[in-house]
Ligand binder design. Structure first.
Ligand SMILES: *Cc1c(COP(=O)(O)O)cnc(C)c1O
Length: 354
């Protein structure tokens, strides 16, 4: 028996309305249950499952004041043969702990994480999506709950996992606002951790982006404002004539190491496209657009998978991109074939069968 056997302490009442898979607003429909584990300052307590409902928190809750809060985002799918799996669970768990280490939070054991996830997915078996266009988005959130105001790492923490049935993420054209005044992440900072604060720091830029008719911000490196880093919620890829796929290097530690980014690098190599992880200046991008060398730009992340970008707003000027995105679409198709099992997973662990 597992050390972290999950106890269902209370079952939720049955779902009264069916999930409308073809009309799902992102992040508004939830699983009926959530899995919760408490770290009490010394050890992880046995995880439990209960109906998804409000948590009761003291106003002094450490995460609200000092920001020890992070999350993950991964997906579970159902193949047409009925196989149910979550994608790259171990990699998301590793990144959760990478984030936790940076925020001085205790490590989450793999067994705890995977047992909670498996028990929750099994219990919520009635909300698995009908096809690979749709998914169960899995949201683990991990935060500090000491109710004292002293500034120091909290002793107690909660890890909560719940599910969100989702369809395709953004629809319509996506334009990116190149942020030239604010910074998201500096070397030595928290840019490579999936922490709540990084999102808070990006929101004002998101408002500026919208004012300029853009849906996402594209961040430049904080030191020189020269190299492109990533979007607020997605990594960035550039397709150069060749074709050659280029994405910023993770070396500076200012970019979130996306699991989708890594999957696409594998898929691109599988396609025989050459890939480079290196510095890309915004100048190289705009020059490349002038000379027809930059063919596509796209964002990648678990929620959106591959999102073609139609244009850039940079220093008062709008740059259009070609309307076709053949490489982005080909990679998206390959990603789907990886999920469906039509092409073999580079690593069998990626397909974590429930
Ligand atoms: C989550 C996230 C991504 C995408 O990561 P995936 O593992 O591919 O989902 C990219 N950038 C930021 C800032 C993120 O928070």
């Amino acid at each position: 028996m597992s050390k972290y056997e999950v106890e269902i302490i209370e079952a939720a009442s049955p779902r009264t309305e069916p999930i409308l898979w073809n009309d799902l607003p992102f992040g508004r429909v939830f699983s009926r249950h959530m899995a919760i584990a408490h770290y009490d300052g010394k050890a992880w307590q046995p995880p439990r499952i209960q109906p998804l409902r409000e948590l009761s928190l003291h106003p002094g809750t450490s995460a609200l004041h000092y920001g020890q809060a992070l999350f993950e985002g991964l997906k579970a799918y159902q193949r047409s043969d009925g196989t149910r799996f979550a994608f790259r669970v171990k990699d998301h768990w590793e990144r959760l702990n990478h984030s936790a280490l940076r925020l001085a939070m205790p490590e989450v054991p793999y067994e705890l994480f995977s047992e909670m996830l498996r028990a929750l997915l099994r219990l919520e078996s009635d909300i698995f999506p009908p096809d690979l266009e749709h998914a169960l988005y899995i949201r683990p959130v991990y935060f500090a709950v000491d109710p004292w105001l002293g500034v120091r790492p909290s002793e107690s923490y909660l890890l909560v996992i719940y599910l969100v049935p989702v369809g395709p993420y953004y629809s319509g054209e996506v334009r990116a606002y190149v942020e030239t005044e604010m910074s998201r992440a500096a070397p030595g900072g928290t840019g490579s951790a999936k922490m709540a604060g990084n999102y808070a720091a990006a929101m004002l830029s998101g408002k500026k982006a919208q004012k300029h008719g853009c849906q996402v911000s594209l961040w430049l490196d904080a030191l020189h404002r020269e190299f492109i880093e990533e979007f607020s919620t997605m990594n960035v890829f550039i397709v150069l004539r060749g074709p050659k796929l280029v994405t910023p290097t993770l070396e500076r530690g200012t970019i979130l190491p996306g699991v989708t980014r890594d999957t696409l690098l594998h898929l691109a190599r599988h396609l025989g496209i050459s890939v480079e992880e290196r510095d890309i200046s915004i100048q190289e991008v705009t020059d490349g657009l002038v000379h027809g060398k930059v063919l596509e730009i796209f964002g990648t992340g678990t929620a959106a998978t591959v999102m073609p970008i139609r244009g850039l707003y940079y220093e008062g000027k709008f740059w259009s991109l070609p309307t076709e995105s053949p490489i982005a679409h080909e990679l998206r198709r390959l990603y789907r074939r990886l999920l469906s099992g039509e092409i073999e997973s580079p690593n069998p662990e990626w397909i974590w069968v429930i």
